[in-house]
Design a protein around this ligand. Structure first.
Ligand code: ARG
Length: 470
């Protein structure tokens, strides 16, 4: 068989028989890696400039390549580019089109590089951009939470342990707990970004290249902070992607817990919040229903992102150095993680200003659950009672309250004194919900004053993330 059937493939020289049609379809990645086209072109332009800089290409050849690549980007954006499965991936599609457009000069672009360092560079450029977009969405969500925290800094709600009423907290304080989780997610992205923003280009197929390349030049052109030190590692490493998906999984875990609370709180049984009609759907059979679909779906999608993390870890575990075709399987899990995470964050950020807080219901729930019982015990301790005895006294008072349907703050002094003689009129300062909140007045505590101070600090800390500055 002549190689005529393979002539469109840049590697056809060594082959005498054409690729089996199903093998061609099976091994192609262009269907999903074409989304890297901008980054592929940016990498190629930087590479061409470097080749001209060291005298491998003439300035004229370099200019023709750059212009050709820029035209190709426009063709792709206009939807005019004919992607070919026979050309396997985004890299060979663009390179072949370049040669179509500018002739033999196009064939010089691949001097001193390989698709192995090319693809590793493209993914890093892409992920670098995406992490910044994600960080901005996380920040938008955090700002929404901070706004809510500010408006509800003094709003009482029951705090829970074991989902049983524990102690009163402010709704603002509860919102700030989410801000803290997201703050750590931001920090994980920021840290991961440092290892993403390292340039593999120049590693070529695996061992480096015989051409006098200038990797510092290319790295500067592409805005990389560092150059991969080892060529074998540079083409085969995907732990930057694993690390990113691990950070994404942790963020999804947080959004899933948050979702769970919103779902509970918007139920008729809790009735603490209203999620806003535009974020809920109805039932086709039960007219009364308003279902919290958005948080439910976010909770559901968390499993899929964990799945991608497992896929990537497993993808890497058996691979010998250096590049193996297995690595082509890194893209779909990574892309799907990014698409879904961006969607979830966008919805959550949009939802924050729509949340209606039902202050009266939360206050009533806090009142019903004897949430100031610990405050009464602490009061007795301040009057000289040992903590264990105080615990016992309050337990009896609660039992009495359950029997007669009264919260501790609704009992009069004589009723309370049945349980301990040290109780005086000043007990009512600590038994009210406001008294309980105001008493927890230290860094990290739930007092409204502390909530305001924590909001100011959180805003300051947020402004310090590098990813949010550039
Ligand atoms: N499509 C390939 C990938 O995603 C590009 C690199 C191919 N390199 C090779 N030697 N076959 O990994």
């Amino acid at each position: 068989m002549s190689d005529a059937d393979n002539t469109d493939k840049p590697w056809a020289g060594r082959f005498t028989e054409p690729t089996d049609a199903f093998v061609e379809a099976f091994t192609a990645s262009v269907g999903f890696d074409k989304r890297l086209y901008r980054h592929d072109i940016a990498g190629s332009i930087a590479h061409a400039k470097m080749l001209a800089h060291v005298g491998i290409l003439t300035e004229k050849e370099c200019a023709a390549i750059i212009e050709g690549l820029q035209e190709i980007a426009l063709e792709i954006e206009r939807g005019e580019f004919a992607w070919s499965t026979a050309l396997e991936d985004v890299h060979m599609n663009i390179e072949a089109r370049l040669t179509d457009r500018i002739g033999v000069t196009g064939k010089k672009l691949h001097t001193g590089r390989s698709r192995n360092d090319q693809v590793a560079t493209d993914i890093r450029l892409y992920l670098r951009e995406q992490i910044k977009l994600l960080a901005a969405e996380v920040e938008r969500l955090q700002q929404g939470l901070l706004q809510l925290a500010e408006e509800e800094a003094g709003t009482v709600m029951p705090g829970f342990t074991h989902l049983q009423t524990a102690q009163p907290v402010t709704f603002g304080h509860h919102m700030l707990a989410w801000v803290e989780m997201l703050m750590r997610d931001q920090a994980r992205f920021e840290d991961c970004y440092k290892r993403v923003n390292v340039m593999p280009l120049g590693a070529a197929a695996l061992a480096g290249t015989t051409y006098p390349i200038d990797r510092e030049f290319t790295a500067r052109e592409l805005g990389f902070d560092a150059i991969a030190e080892n060529s074998l590692d540079a083409v085969s490493d995907r732990d930057f992607a694993i690390e990113f998906v691990a950070a994404a999984s942790t963020l999804m875990m947080h959004l899933s817990r948050f979702s769970e609370e919103l779902i509970l709180w918007s139920s008729a049984q809790f009735d603490f919040v209203d999620l806003g009609d535009s974020f809920c759907t109805g039932s086709s059979i039960m007219p009364q229903k308003k279902n919290p679909d958005v948080p439910e779906l976010v909770r559901g999608k968390t499993g899929r992102i964990y799945g991608h993390l497992m896929a990537l870890l497993t993808l890497m575990k058996g691979q010998p150095l250096a590049y193996n075709k297995d690595n082509q399987e890194d893209k779909e899990p990574l892309f799907d993680t990014l698409d879904n995470l961006k969607g979830c964050l966008r919805l959550f950020a949009d939802m924050m200003p729509q949340i209606g807080v039902k202050r009266d219901n939360m206050r009533e729930a806090a009142r019903r659950g004897f949430s100031t019982a610990t405050d009464l015990a602490d009061y007795l301790v301040r009057k000289g009672v040992a903590f264990r005895d105080a615990h016992e006294v309050v337990g009896k008072a609660v039992r009495y309250g359950v029997e007669c349907g009264k919260d501790l703050s609704e009992m009069d002094l004589a009723e309370l004194q049945q349980f301990s003689q040290v109780i005086e009129q000043d007990v009512f300062d600590v038994l009210t919900l406001e008294g309980s909140l105001a008493a927890r007045n230290h860094i990290g505590g739930t007092a409204p004053q502390q909530v305001h101070a924590a909001i100011a600090r959180a805003r300051q800390r947020l402004s310090q993330f590098r990813l949010l500055q550039e």
